[in-house]
Design a protein around this ligand. Structure first.
Ligand code: GLU
Length: 469
């Protein structure tokens, strides 16, 4: 049987980085085994689900390269099928109609609380009821939980990450599968959907582990083959607390906004809670070859933003210049930096140098802005302070000679050295004012590269402006 996995987010907010990792593990596992990876939007909570959140989830997955292999399934559109299965369980004698009113249920809960014992629904009075005695309230359908003496008294799950997990049947009660208003409950709907979608492996956060035992009741009662379960640990912040905004970015698209590359985010997330020796840089193809669930640890992992940043730098350096140029120009435009075709070409020409120094696309955009603009770039105040009368005189002098300089990158460096030699000054005394004039900052790619990328006319304009001429 071919492997089929699914990612099943609830569209009640943006896609969290933990959800992105769950999607990634589902994707990698399916690919590794030559199977399919599906998406189900769990939108049965009408109050909290929004169309905007659905769109955000789809956009996030697309950005991460984790779009599903088939069109997404919307859980809310399958209510008739959920109800059908609930009625089938009723017909098979695996479920029964329960006529409790909300008041009666509240009283049962209060009684358990007063006696300081956990609430466990006791449906014995309905299970044996004669239909003609049924009260006039609309009934819910409850599934019969396994009894204390059934199957060794425990419900057991062989989890692919957690190992064997078990719960005593006495802990399970007859849960509602179809409410009195005809709507299915969540735990029931998930099982029906996973079964109908042909899901073979359910890979999800370990916060769902306890739900699994209750979901098994539906599989077992229907005589359906249970899928394999793999409950992966959650992601925590560096301090061990549940990951939240105060630790840093948490929404998948926030990482895009901050200038992370999707492949770096995926590589980082894959390594979070899964390892392959010391191998750190694992591109998608290799990840598909290597990934398996037995490499997933049981302990919660901690988000390390510094590591992600480092990895992003590695991927930036390896990324194609054309792609980075497009990304950078889009960011500059968004930040209101005006540039034309020439500016765009200059950014492209400098990209091999610029990307060596950047950790994010945002860094890259801010370090490229000087090359994009027409005329003297905005001047960093610290750099401006270094433009002393002496430095300005040096620039004015240099401008006279630069007119005759050979405008090839490989010649410009030698030419600058010769100039410094002839003038009897250190190269730094020439390069620093020049760097400030051309880039508006004390930090830029190598000065010969900057000169060359700007072109003679643009470079001369900037030098003369800084010289005050
Ligand atoms: N909709 C659930 C969630 O967003 C996932 C349920 C599942 O994977 O079974 O946490």
């Amino acid at each position: 049987m071919s492997v089929r996995t699914r990612f099943a987010p609830s569209p009640t907010g943006y896609l969290h980085i933990g959800g992105a990792r769950t999607a990634l593990f589902n994707y990698l596992f399916a690919r590794r085994h030559g199977g399919q990876y599906l998406l189900r939007i769990e939108d049965t909570d009408r109050q909290r689900s929004t169309q905007e959140a659905v769109q955000q989830i789809l956009d996030s997955l697309e950005w991460l390269g984790l779009s599903p292999d088939e069109p997404p399934v919307f859980q809310s559109q399958r209510e008739a099928r959920h109800a059908e299965v609930a009625r089938e369980l009723l017909a098979r004698g695996c479920a029964y109609l329960a006529y409790d009113t909300p008041e009666e249920l509240a009283a049962m809960r209060a009684e358990a609380e007063a006696a300081k014992r956990p609430f466990k629904y006791d449906g014995s009075r309905w299970m044996t009821m004669d239909p003609k005695d049924a009260p006039s309230v609309a009934p819910a359908i409850r599934i019969k939980a396994p009894r204390a003496d059934q199957a060794g008294g425990d419900t057991v799950v062989q989890d692919l990450v957690q190992g064997e997990v078990r719960v005593a049947n006495t802990e399970l009660d007859d849960m509602i599968i179809l409410r009195s208003d005809g709507s299915p409950t969540y735990l029931h709907a998930v099982v029906v959907d996973d079964h109908d979608m042909g899901i073979t492996h359910v890979i999800r956060g370990d916060d769902h582990l306890t739900n699994t035992f209750r979901q098994c009741m539906v599989y077992d009662a229907m005589g359906w083959h249970r899928p394999r379960f793999a409950h992966i640990p959650l992601i925590h912040g560096a301090d061990g607390a549940k990951l939240s905004k105060r630790h840093g970015a948490v929404g998948a698209l926030e990482f895009r906004e901050q200038g992370f590359l999707p492949e770096a985010v995926c590589n980082y997330l894959m390594r979070l809670g899964w390892g392959h020796g010391d191998e750190e840089v694992i591109p998608r193809d290799r990840a598909i070859q290597l990934f398996d669930l037995d490499g997933v640890g049981r302990a919660a992992s901690r988000m390390d933003y510094a590591k992600l940043l480092h990895l992003n730098g590695v991927y930036l350096r390896g990324a194609e210049d054309e792609r980075l140029t497009r990304e950078v120009l889009a960011r500059l435009a968004k930040h209101g930096v005006a540039f034309g075709t020439l500016g765009a070409e200059r950014v492209r020409a400098l990209m091999p140098e610029l990307k060596e120094r950047a950790k994010t696309l945002e860094d890259l955009a801010s370090s490229a802005a000087f090359a994009a603009v027409e005329g003297p770039p905005p001047m960093d105040p610290k750099a401006a302070a270094l433009l002393t009368p002496e430095a300005k005189a040096r620039l004015a002098d240099l401008a006279q000679f630069l007119n005759d300089a050979p405008w090839e990158r490989k010649d410009l460096e030698a030419w600058l050295r010769d100039y410094a030699d002839v003038k009897g000054v250190k190269l730094g005394q020439v390069a620093q004012p020049l760097r400030i004039a051309l880039s508006g900052s004390t930090q830029s790619p190598p000065i010969d590269a900057v000169l060359w990328a700007l072109g003679r006319t643009e470079a001369m304009d900037r030098i003369l402006a800084a010289a005050g001429e």
